[in-house]
Design a protein around this ligand. Structure first.
Ligand code: RM4
Ligand code: MN
Ligand code: MN
Length: 426
């Protein structure tokens, strides 16, 4: 299934009526506020978020998994699905591979296929949270943190193997997320497992190619419920500092306990030049991995406000590796991803509207009401015409989700692949 760009252009022509008037109205309002609308449209058009190779199929829970018709069964098919997302949205120009779920068999062919879709290889993800068939060691009681040296070494080797595959593909970063922890008090010696993790990460970091970065992800609980070795941003930052300059913390929105002030974490890490990667999703309870912006869009906006502030004021951080880390139990995965992309770009655009100068003055004048007004004024602006303009400019569809439905993409995928396929992943 490949969508032709002429088809999109034609579709846009038929569907841009209201858009032109809406954009003119919004541009006028924003220009009166002293904003450069073209600059905002360009920034939105440039924003690219990686799609993880495990998000193209229907995800499951520990209670089961229901397949979605036309799911991609191979890495090639996954890349083709990202190609669909990218041609429609022009914002999904990268893939984040998970090893060993998606080991490329023919690297050259995979690279060519990705290129044909305008897709580059973003951070590589290692997996030491599951044993694979025929594995000599087990991760049952931990991987990089294990008290068992052989398990630790096995997990280190796996990470080095992931770097090797990533190098061939042109990726430049490795994300390490560890499930390591304990289910019961007394199961682990907290100090030993932390020390082991630090040493293992250092070993991996020392093997990292010079132009690569290491991202260390944290998570408070699950699959272990009593303790997780890298439980929070502080532990991650400490480990990144221990590794060195090219090691950074990765923030996953779902990896916080309810009500954590994530925007403050973002600000702290950016001030210290240690924010490297970012995983988007939304949640009500924990690592729910649901569609970005589906539950707490205002929190997402506040987080983006700090990200934008950091991108403008803290050049000590690298360009962030953005990724959607979501799972789709009941929705069409591609539709779900398009909804996530839309939510990300809306929050980003709104954050670009925050009047930072006025905010600073209001803060100095202790005008708390004004501070809130400034934030909410940006948040309450309907920025969707900006997104449409950005997509139109880049050759994407003005309304990607509607175009996807009108083009009958899912039916074509089911015809092509069948209704009972199942993608690798969670
Ligand atoms: C974890 C974490 C990682 C992702 C796995 C699949 O909860 O978010 O980033 O690789 O899930
Ligand atoms: Mn994640
Ligand atoms: Mn997660």
């Amino acid at each position: 299934m490949k969508i032709d760009k002429d088809r999109i252009e034609e579709y846009n022509k038929k569907n841009s009526k209201g858009h032109i008037e809406n954009l003119a109205f919004l541009s006028n309002t924003l220009t009166n506020r002293g904003l450069d609308v073209d600059d905002i449209i360009n920034k939105v058009a440039d924003f690219q978020v990686a799609i993880p190779s495990w998000a193209l199929g229907a995800g499951g829970t520990r209670f089961g998994r229901f397949s979605y018709g036309g799911e991609p069964a191979t890495l090639e098919q996954k890349l083709n699905d990202i190609g669909v997302l990218n041609i429609l949205t022009k914002s999904a120009g990268a893939v984040s591979l998970h090893i060993p779920w998606d080991i490329p068999k023919d690297v050259k062919a995979i690279k060519e296929l990705a290129k044909s879709h305008g897709v580059s290889f973003d951070a590589m993800n290692s997996n030491t949270f599951q044993d694979q068939p025929n594995m000599k060691e087990t991760y049952k009681f931990g991987s990089l943190s294990s008290i068992n040296k052989a398990s630790r070494e096995y997990a280190i080797q796996h990470n080095l193997e992931v770097i090797k595959i990533g190098k061939e593909l042109g990726s430049k970063s490795l994300t390490v997320w560890l499930a390591d922890g304990a289910n019961f008090p007394g199961q682990n010696n907290f100090q030993s497992v932390l020390k082991n993790t630090e040493n293992s990460l250092n070993t991996i970091y020392n093997e990292l190619p010079d132009n690569w970065r290491l991202f260390i992800e944290y998570k408070p609980f699950e699959p272990n419920f009593y303790s997780t070795v890298i439980q929070d941003w502080g532990t991650s930052l400490m480990l990144a500092n221990s590794c060195g300059e090219r090691a950074y913390t990765l923030v996953d929105l779902g990896h916080h306990l309810p009500n954590t002030n994530i925007e403050q974490i973002v600000a702290t890490l950016m001030l210290k030049g240690k924010l490297g990667g970012f995983h988007f999703n939304d949640s009500k309870y924990g690592d729910d991995d649901i569609t970005v912006g589906s539950i707490k869009p205002y929190a997402l906006f506040l987080i983006f406000n700090e990200l934008v502030y950091g991108m403008e004021n803290n050049p000590q951080n690298p360009d962030l590796a953005w990724m959607i880390d979501a799972s789709h139990n009941i929705k069409d995965p591609l539709e779900d991803l398009m909804q996530s992309i839309e939510a990300i770009l809306i929050a980003y655009s709104q954050a670009l509207l925050v009047d930072q100068k006025a905010l600073k003055i209001a803060q100095q004048e202790k005008d708390v009401v004004k501070c809130q007004e400034i934030m909410q004024d940006a948040y309450r602006t309907d920025v969707r015409p900006i997104l449409k303009a950005a997509r139109k400019k880049s050759g994407g569809a003005i309304n990607p989700l509607q175009a996807y439905r009108d083009f009958g993409v899912r039916n074509s995928l089911i015809e092509e692949r069948g209704s009972k396929t199942m993608a690798t992943g969670l």
